[in-house]
Design a binder for this molecule. Structure first.
Ligand SMILES: [Fe+2]
Length: 351
């Protein structure tokens, strides 16, 4: 592999001290983004546009407790697929990752290494010479193991049996750093990591982790529920009224949504434009038309919204939930994704 062909950027979010990583194939321009932060989505998408990249995947090393992932928003804006560990049970994800899976972009591939312990479903990603360790291995530290199915025992095994087995010169890129470091290496951590390095035994590590006495993570109550929805948060009123089902194209026809009223909230010219519309979809444009319709329609009837990319339909779904609708779906990826999959479309307005 020729690393001159790999574009690599390390980005930082100061509030949660999170690193986001952008990797891309210089030739094909295909890209992946690891551990995005909701508040930095605009920064990341601007960079991706400036570098003229085509984002294929937005990955999370684990379900974060200290920040909300940008994955859902980035997916709705770019059509990139959201990928997380299968074991994390995130229903809205497009790709579920297991040990040995490969995430391909251009001629490159990130290899999935399951490294549970910080959480029960934490992953690391390896690409020649670099490993993205999430919170499994930090620079001179490691993630806590007292939440989200964490286990000091498992983390010790993950690090010593998997990460320490990588080539010694492999550069370690963690999900966070709180002291100003940006990268380390397997060799340096193996020697100097105060919790896991040197000749620390599993018993010593478990002892260290049991005595950390860390405060309750300040963002956890917001971050975990949001990250279960790929970072798309529910407002208080939505929580009271019901929830929005994030529907992939594959499950549009399943889960009872076949009986739902499908509402396309784009403008009339888009409805009959290049991307066409789904057969049976009703055109009710987001705005006063939709407001009026929702005010008069039966709130117990299931409805599903679609638009170009999934963003306006999300707004429509939020509006419907606020108005008391019980079963509301949003078609993730919208007509862009629908067309990408070459599913049948119509261009004429139905009467
Ligand atoms: Fe974490």
């Amino acid at each position: 592999m020729d690393n001159r062909k790999l574009i690599f950027q390390q980005l930082f979010e100061a509030e949660s001290s999170t690193f986001t990583y952008l990797l891309a194939d210089r030739e094909t321009r295909e890209a992946v983004l690891i551990d995005s932060v909701l508040e930095k989505v605009d920064r990341d998408l601007k960079l991706i546009a400036e570098l003229e990249l085509n984002l294929k995947y937005v990955l999370d090393t684990h379900v974060h407790a200290d920040h909300v992932t940008g994955a859902g928003l980035i997916r709705s804006r770019t059509g990139a697929k959201a990928a997380v560990a299968r074991a994390a049970n995130i229903a809205c994800a497009d790709v579920l990752l297991c040990e040995g899976d490969e995430i391909k972009f251009g001629e490159f591939a990130l290899k999935v290494i399951e490294t549970p312990g910080h959480t029960d479903s934490s992953l690391s990603f390896y690409i020649e010479g670099m490993v993205f360790t999430g919170d499994a291995l930090l620079i001179r530290g490691c993630g806590r193991t007292d939440f989200q199915g964490g286990s000091a025992e498992k983390l010790f095994d993950s690090v010593t049996q998997k990460l320490w087995k990588l080539p010694a010169e492999t550069i370690v890129y963690p999900a966070h750093d709180y002291k100003g470091f940006t990268a380390s290496s397997i060799e340096v951590e193996q020697k100097n990591n105060p919790r896991l390095g040197g000749s620390k035994s599993k018993a010593e590590f478990i002892e260290i982790m049991s005595k950390l006495d860390l405060p309750y993570p300040k963002m956890i109550d917001r971050a975990l529920p949001a990250n279960q929805l790929c970072g798309l948060e529910r407002t208080e009123s939505e929580k009271q009224a019901g929830s929005i089902q994030m529907l992939s194209l594959e499950n549009l026809s399943a889960a009872g949504s076949a009986n739902s009223l499908l509402i396309d909230v784009r403008r009339p010219d888009e409805f009959v434009g290049e991307l066409g519309h789904i057969a049976g979809a009703h055109l009710i444009t987001l705005g006063p038309d939709l407001e009026k319709f929702l005010d008069t329609y039966d709130r117990s009837e299931p409805i599903v919204f679609v638009c170009r990319s999934g963003q306006r339909s999300m707004q429509a779904a939020q509006l419907a939930v606020q108005k008391g609708f019980e079963s509301v779906g949003n078609l993730v990826g919208g007509m862009l994704r629908w067309n990408e999959l070459k599913l049948a479309t119509q261009r004429k307005t139905e009467q």
